[in-house]
Design a binder for this molecule. Structure first.
Ligand code: HEC
Ligand code: HEC
Ligand code: HEC
Ligand code: HEC
Length: 378
C-alpha cells in the first residue's frame, strides 16, 4: 500500500532499494505508490523499471522535460485461486499535495472519483472481483465507495485506522489494516460462479512477539541498518574534516547574537528585513523546486564554510543543535564576512558581488542593486 520509501538524504536510496528487495522476496503481487515513493521518484522509477513487481496507479502521471507518462499501470487483472481479480489504485489530491517532487519533475492528477466511475464497469466485464487500493483518507475512500458502486474490496492506505475485522460499506468489503507495517491483514472472500460475494472473513493481526521473525530477513535488516550507520558516520566525518580544514585555515563565523552585543541598532533594522526570516521560507513549498540541502547555501549563513551545518540525522536540513549559534537565515556575516575578520581588521565592507552571490538571475530575476541596497542598509 505504498509509503515504504525512506526519505533520507544519506541512506534513503539504499534503504528503499533494500525494502523493494524484501517485497520481491515476500512475493508481493502489486505495489501502489504513496506520497513517499513519489517524493523519492528517481529511485522508485528505477525499481519500477526492474519489472519484478507491477506498479499500479490509475490517476497519476509524471511530467518531465515536456513528456508525460503514467506513474504505473492503470489496473491489473491477476488470477487468484481460479478467480480473476482486477486491481486499481487512486491517490487523493490532498495526499498528492504533500509530495515534494524532485527537481524537474511534476505529477499530473486526474480526479479519482471520475477515474473510478469510468473504470469500474469495464473491470467488471474483465474480472470476477474488483479491488481498490486507496491512497486517500478513510473519509474520502468511504465517499468514493458511495459514489462508485461495484467495488468488491477496498484496501485503505494513507494513515488508515486499524480494525480487527473487515467492515462492509454498502456492497464493499473494507479492509483497514493500520499503518507503519505493524499489522498483517488477511481477507478471505468466497465468490459464487456468477461473481457475487457469498461470504467473507478477515483477520488483521498485530505483528507482535507472537509472530516469529523470519531469520533470513531479520539478518538482512540488521546488516542494512549497520551499513546505514556506517554511511551516516562516513558523511559526518567527511563534513567535520571539511569544516575543520576551513576553520583552522581561515576566519570563523561567530553568529548574529555576537554582533548584537555591540550593534543592537543594526540588529534591529536587520530583523525587519526578509533576510532575518529566510530560513523559514524553505518550508514554503515551491512548485518544481523541492527543499534540498543546496537551498541553505543562500537561506543560511556560511554553509560549507564553517557556518551553517545541517543536522544529518534529520531529513529536513534543520541546523545541528550542538552549537548556540545555528547560522540559520541570512545573518550579518553573510554580508559582512566572518566576525573574526572584523575583530582583526575592522574591515567589513559589503561589495555588490556579495549580494549577487545569492541574488542570482535564477532566484532573484528582478534584482536591482541600487534600490535593493537601500532596503538592507541599516
Ligand atoms: C565587542 C563589540 C563588537 C562586536 C561583538 C562586533 N562589533 Fe562590529 N564594530 C565594533 C566597533 C567598536 C566598531 C567600530 C565603531 C563604529 O565605527 O561604529 C565596529 C564596526 C563594525 C562595522 C562597520 C565597519 C566599517 O567599516 O565602518 C561593521 C559592518 C560591523 N562592525 C559588523 C559587525 C559584525 C557583522 C559583527 C558580528 C560578527 C560585529 N560587528 C561584532 C564592535 C563590535
Ligand atoms: C546569503 C545569501 C544572501 C545575500 C549575501 C544577500 N541576500 Fe538578499 N535575500 C536572500 C534571500 C534568501 C532572500 C529571501 C528571503 C526570504 O524572504 O525568505 C533575500 C531577500 C532580499 C530582499 C527582499 C526582496 C523582496 O522581494 O522583498 C532584498 C531587498 C535583498 N535581499 C537585498 C540584498 C542586498 C542589497 C544584498 C547585498 C548587500 C543581499 N540581499 C545579500 C539572500 C541573500
Ligand atoms: C543562489 C541562491 C539561492 C538558492 C540556492 C535558493 N534560494 Fe531561495 N531565494 C534566494 C533569493 C535571493 C530570494 C529572494 C528573491 C527576491 O525576492 O528577489 C529567494 C527567495 C525564496 C523564496 C521566496 C521568499 C518570499 O519572498 O516569499 C522561497 C520560498 C525560496 N527562496 C525557497 C528556496 C528553496 C526551497 C530553495 C532550494 C530548492 C532555494 N530557495 C534556493 C536565493 C536562493
Ligand atoms: C544584506 C546584507 C547585510 C546584512 C545581512 C547585514 N548588513 Fe550591516 N551593512 C550592510 C550594508 C550594505 C551596510 C552599509 C555599508 C556601506 O555603507 O558601505 C552595512 C553597514 C553596517 C554597519 C556600519 C554602520 C552602519 O549602520 O552603516 C554595521 C555596524 C553593520 N552593518 C552591522 C550589521 C549587523 C550587526 C548585522 C546583523 C544583525 C548586519 N549588519 C547585517 C549590509 C548588511
Amino acid at each position: 500500500m505504498g509509503d515504504f520509501a525512506k526519505i533520507d538524504d544519506v541512506t534513503g536510496d539504499f534503504e528503499t532499494r533494500f525494502i523493494w528487495e524484501v517485497l520481491e522476496e515476500t512475493k508481493v503481487s502489486v505495489v501502489s505508490p504513496g506520497p513517499r515513493e513519489l517524493t523519492l521518484w528517481n529511485t522508485f522509477e528505477q525499481l519500477r523499471a526492474k519489472g519484478t513487481i507491477p506498479v499500479i496507479s490509475t490517476n497519476l502521471t509524471v511530467k518531465r522535460g515536456g513528456s508525460e507518462t503514467p506513474v504505473g499501470l492503470p489496473y491489473l487483472v491477476i488470477p487468484v485461486n481460479g478467480l480473476k481479480v482486477a486491481i486499481f489504485a487512486v491517490m487523493g489530491g490532498a495526499e498528492l499535495a504533500g509530495v515534494r517532487a524532485p527537481e524537474g519533475i511534476e505529477f499530473g492528477f486526474k480526479d479519482p472519483f471520475e477515474v473510478a466511475a469510468a473504470l469500474v464497469p469495464k473491470l467488471h466485464r474483465e474480472a470476477d472481483l474488483v479491488v481498490l487500493m486507496s491512497q486517500m483518507s478513510t473519509a474520502d475512500t468511504d465517499r468514493l465507495l458511495q459514489a462508485v458502486p461495484g467495488i468488491g474490496v477496498a484496501l485503505y492506505g494513507q494513515r488508515a485506522g486499524w480494525e480487527q475485522n473487515a467492515r462492509k460499506k454498502g456492497e464493499t468489503i473494507c479492509q483497514e489494516t493500520g499503518t507503519r507495517g505493524q499489522y498483517s491483514g488477511e481477507l478471505v472472500v468466497i465468490i459464487d460462479p456468477a461473481g457475487h460475494v457469498v461470504d467473507y472473513g478477515s483477520q488483521n493481526a498485530t505483528l507482535d512477539k507472537e509472530v516469529p521473525e523470519n531469520p533470513d530477513i531479520l539478518k538482512q535488516v540488521n546488516e542494512t541498518n549497520d551499513k546505514c550507520k556506517v554511511m551516516r558516520e562516513d558523511v559526518r566525518k567527511a563534513r567535520e574534516a571539511e569544516q575543520e580544514k576551513k576553520t583552522t585555515t581561515g576566519e570563523r563565523y561567530l553568529g548574529d547574537e555576537n554582533c548584537r552585543r555591540c550593534h543592537s541598532e543594526q540588529y534591529r533594522s536587520w530583523q525587519s528585513t526578509p533576510h532575518a526570516r529566510a530560513f523559514a521560507s524553505l518550508d514554503r513549498p515551491l512548485p518544481g523546486k523541492p527543499k534540498a540541502e543546496g537551498c541553505v547555501s543562500c537561506h543560511a549563513t556560511g554553509y560549507g564554510a564553517g557556518g551553517f551545518q545541517p543536522d544529518l540525522s534529520r531529513p529536513d536540513f534543520r541546523p545541528a543543535q550542538a552549537t548556540a549559534a545555528d547560522f540559520a537565515n541570512v545573518q550579518c556575516e553573510a554580508c559582512h564576512k566572518q566576525g573574526t575578520l572584523h575583530l582583526r581588521t575592522g574591515n567589513v565592507e559589503v561589495a555588490e558581488a556579495v549580494c549577487r552571490g545569492c541574488h542570482t538571475p535564477e532566484w532573484s530575476p528582478g534584482f536591482a542593486y541600487a534600490t535593493a541596497i537601500q532596503a538592507v542598509k541599516h
